[in-house]
Design a protein. Structure first.
Length: 220
């Protein structure tokens, strides 16, 4: 038994290239960073979530500089708290828990929420991330939409989501935009799964009502 453990620990300390580490799971990468302090393992984690997490924070905060600060703060906390990660837990929900807390802290520090244009898309951000939400918001009887109308609708949805109360906005961002499962979103937000579902239902109801109010009568 002791020999087996020693062999395993020795294997963890062996040098591994970033290409080799890229095949590892998130949890194994964090474990290697915690046990061995391998900066390459940490770098692979940062690279793996760089675009996805920044996009989430950018959307949540509506400000590029604040999103960048929150992104850096998130991985600083991952570094500081890596030894507190519980075995058997999934890394991604934990990452979003920390990122969401960093975003909330950034908002508190900023006190005044700046309303910024959401027209500029982040490089690499998918157009498809609005698909399911847009389908929920727009009536099937609205008729075929031209590309210009579709783009205007996307901008409207982004603004409307940002205007939601933080608990509702957090649920929408994690489930619809980041693709987390209800259970993962619940873990990230530290609430029961039923609360996530309830917040999503409330958010969609509010967005639907806002859409019906904003939509020109001639388009109905």
């Amino acid at each position: 038994m002791n020999k087996s453990i020693s062999t395993e620990k020795l294997a963890r300390r062996q040098a591994i290239s970033p290409e080799g580490l890229s095949q590892w799971t998130d949890e194994d990468l964090l474990d290697r960073y915690t046990c061995v302090g391998d900066p390459k393992a940490f770098g692979v984690l940062v690279h793996r979530y760089e675009r996805e997490l920044y996009s989430y924070l950018r959307r949540y905060l509506g400000d590029a500089a604040m999103a960048e600060d929150a992104f850096q703060g998130t991985f600083l906390q991952i570094h500081l708290k890596s030894s507190q990660f519980e075995p058997g837990r999934k890394f991604r929900p934990w990452l979003y828990t920390i990122a969401t807390n960093q975003a909330i802290d950034a908002q508190r520090r900023n006190k005044r929420h700046r309303m910024v244009s959401l027209d500029r898309r982040q490089k690499g951000e998918s157009e498809q991330d609005l698909g399911s939400l847009s389908e929920l918001l727009v009536s099937r009887e609205a008729g075929p939409a031209k590309e210009a109308d579709a783009e205007e609708r996307r901008r409207w949805i982004r603004d409307a989501v940002r205007a939601l109360p933080d608990p509702l906005k957090g649920a929408v961002n994690l489930v619809y935009y980041q693709g987390l499962k209800y259970r993962e979103a619940a873990e990230a937000l530290k609430v029961p799964v039923g609360t996530v579902k309830s917040r999503l239902h409330t958010a969609i109801t509010k967005l639907n009502e806002a859409w019906k109010t904003a939509e020109p009568s001639g388009d109905r």
